[in-house]
Design a protein. Structure first.
Length: 335
């Protein structure tokens, strides 16, 4: 609701034009990210909490007590920071909230790497021969997989893994001591506790993220891919132009201007046209979205609109010349 309030303040509405259904959480998250109200770390926290809630409520996911505390504490910190940046208010100054009990832990939160290692070890113990507790292991593993997706791309739609995918991931965890190879996004997260903040727990992402190679089923290395989810071209290029508008909080003209300025349609990693039946669908990748956001944050929107305007003018010139030639020919015939 906080994100929707920010969207309403900026746009005056929380529903797409012509629709009575409000924007989804992920759409609002993308808009708020595009407005610069939250950074990537904060987007990861929000996306993780949303994915965990959905997984537990609808898909039988389980979450450890330590992880539950981290979600609660980092969520309160996120809400306080966003409320302050967007509306100039603090939770501690709100009587209705300040009198409430906050999440309490009998032991201080551990570093994220240790926390994930503990969860992985718990899953391995549940999977041990003779335990007969694979259902519990899958429930805990689902939580890790959802968090991994949020850590890799907090603005992408979360895909719930199937039981067979969880089983495949469980076998890899049993055979590989280094869980960070299977969950690289989570391995780059750490906890930061700011002593001068009212709500001090914050999740941050380190900068040394290793490259992740995309492979399709059947290609060399596919069996070691870090993602357990099925990869296909449509997954890699999930956005139509209108989706980019929602995710960046830009209008149609501004989005097209950015696409032109950054030459995204000339980059095979950013743009692809898919023939579907008799129609062709032009779609953009997450890399395209990242580049547009970066250019917008760097203040290049005016540059993009100027370049796009000049491009459109150049496209119109030949038609104008043809019209002038026809008019001249008609005058000569009349004379």
């Amino acid at each position: 609701m906080l994100f929707k309030a920010i969207v309403f303040e900026d746009r005056g509405a929380v529903c797409p034009a012509g629709s009575g259904k409000a924007h989804s959480f992920k759409t609002c998250l993308g808009m708020v990210r595009g407005l610069g109200v939250i950074d990537e770390d904060e987007a990861i926290v929000a996306a993780t909490i949303d994915a965990h809630r959905d997984g537990v409520q609808h898909y039988g996911a389980a979450i450890s007590e330590d992880r539950l505390y981290i979600d609660a504490a980092s969520g309160v910190r996120l809400f306080d920071d966003v409320l302050s940046k967007a509306f100039g208010q603090a939770l501690s100054e709100t009587p209705e909230f300040a009198s409430r009990m906050l999440p309490v832990a009998t032991k201080p939160p551990r570093e994220m790497h240790l926390l994930i290692s503990s969860d992985v070890q718990m899953i391995r113990e549940l999977l041990a021969p003779g335990k007969h507790r694979r259902a519990e292991a899958r429930a805990l593993l689902r939580t890790l997989v959802l968090a991994e997706q949020a850590a890799r791309d907090p603005l992408a739609e979360v895909e719930q893994p199937t039981d067979s995918q969880l089983e495949a991931m469980a076998k890899r965890l049993q055979g590989d001591e280094d869980w960070s190879r299977l969950l690289p996004g989570l391995s780059k997260l750490s906890l930061r506790q700011d002593a001068d903040a009212t709500y001090e727990v914050k999740i941050v992402k380190s900068g040394n993220v290793p490259a992740v190679k995309l492979v399709q089923p059947g290609e060399p290395g596919a069996e070691d891919a870090v993602s357990i989810l099925k990869y296909n071209e449509l997954d890699r290029f999930p956005f139509y132009s209108k989706d980019l508008e929602k995710q960046t909080a830009l209008n149609q003209y501004e989005t097209r201007a950015m696409v032109h300025l950054l030459a995204l349609k000339d980059d095979e990693g950013c743009f692809k046209v898919f023939p579907m039946g008799k129609l062709e669908h032009a779609r953009f990748s997450h890399e395209a979205l990242r580049r547009i956001r970066q250019a917008n944050e760097e203040g290049r929107l005016d540059e993009a609109k100027l370049a796009y305007r000049e491009h459109l003018n150049r496209k119109r010139e030949p038609a104008t010349l043809r019209e002038a030639a026809c008019e001249l020919e008609q005058r000569l015939e009349q004379s």
